[in-house]
Design a protein around this ligand. Structure first.
Ligand code: GDP
Length: 296
């Protein structure tokens, strides 16, 4: 179930509940069952769905609610707040500050959208008045440097990479040095990906991180992987001290609800979502407005 459908199903369940003149256990139970079904169909993990249901039941205790209380409203508010909690790990990510040099390293599996997202991220901060730059430390995928170069040139963002150097650590360090001299206040390092979570990938990430001491490591993940997001985010988090996540391809038929909630379950804040292939198709991810929009 794609996100818009998830929102639609939950909204319909709430609307159905609102039609009841008396909200009793049966009406509340039916509404929660519908919401549970919608979340499970959207690939949200079972444990998370169970927690959402338990917490809503805790907030909405029909027996103890005083007569005359607007039960419809209390249920609606409880659903909203639990959906927000489901997506909010409660830990803000590092935010770059203009004029204060920051290093941000991107990690993720090949094909996740890492290289595309590096430039989108740089562009986002460029529009805010930063002086971003990008370094291509991906020596694994042939063509990675050309892709980054092309994207960066289009966005007029300084880039650094090498066709001949095969050591990603050396490229990262050289790039960092170059852009520090040029007073870039946001140096973005794109690292290699692999098709699988292999030991060699994690070792390379660790070495690049050790040499460049990033202020933030961003894990880029394809939103269409649904529940598998939990394991993937956790593996990267353990190996690269991931401080934030960007979930890409949220424009397609991705089961984005599953990916988003799975990532949140690893206590990693999602900071942006990718909504297309183009440079500007990156949206800030803020839990409350996102859930408001989801519920229409
Ligand atoms: P990398 O191997 O992780 O560096 O992945 P790329 O940046 O090369 O992206 C892989 C493919 O996904 C490319 O065709 C991108 O255009 C596409 N892509 C990246 N982000 C998004 C997104 O948010 N939405 C869509 N629809 N496509 C995306």
């Amino acid at each position: 179930m794609v996100l818009a459908q998830l929102g639609g199903s939950i909204t319909r369940a709430l609307a159905q509940m609102s039609k009841a003149t008396v909200v009793d256990e049966k009406v509340l139970g039916d509404c929660l069952n519908e919401i549970t079904r919608a979340l499970l169909q959207s690939d949200v993990r079972f444990q998370t769905v169970r927690d959402v249901q338990t917490n809503i039941r805790k907030i909405v205790n029909l027996e103890t609610l005083a007569a005359g209380t607007n039960k419809h409203r209390i249920i609606q508010q409880a659903v909203f707040s639990e959906l927000c909690s489901m997506l909010d790990p409660g830990k803000p990510a590092f935010v770059p500050k203009k004029g204060k040099p920051s290093v941000v390293m991107f990690v993720g599996l090949q094909g996740s959208g890492k290289t595309t997202t590096c430039t989108k991220y740089a562009r986002y901060y460029q529009l805010k008045g930063f002086k971003p730059s990008v370094v291509c430390a991906d020596t694994f995928r042939a063509g990675a440097f050309d892709q980054l170069k092309q994207n960066a040139t289009k966005a007029r963002i300084p880039f650094y990479g090498s066709y001949t150097e095969s050591d990603p650590v050396k490229i990262a360090v050289d790039g960092l040095e170059r852009f520090r001299k040029e007073n870039s206040d946001l140096i973005i390092i794109d690292t290699s990906g692999r098709h699988k979570q292999e030991a060699a990938l994690f070792e390379e990430m660790r070495q690049v991180a050790e040499a460049t001491k990033p202020d933030l490591v961003i894990f880029v993940m394809d939103g269409s992987i649904g529940q598998a997001a939990f394991g993937q985010a956790q593996a990267f988090k353990q190996s690269a001290s991931v401080g934030a996540v960007i979930v890409t391809k949220m424009d397609g038929h991705a089961n984005g609800g599953g990916a988003l909630s799975a990532v949140a379950a690893t206590k990693s804040p999602v900071i942006f979502i990718g909504t297309g292939e183009h440079l500007h198709e990156l949206e800030v991810f803020d839990v409350r407005p996102f859930v408001s929009r989801l519920l229409g």
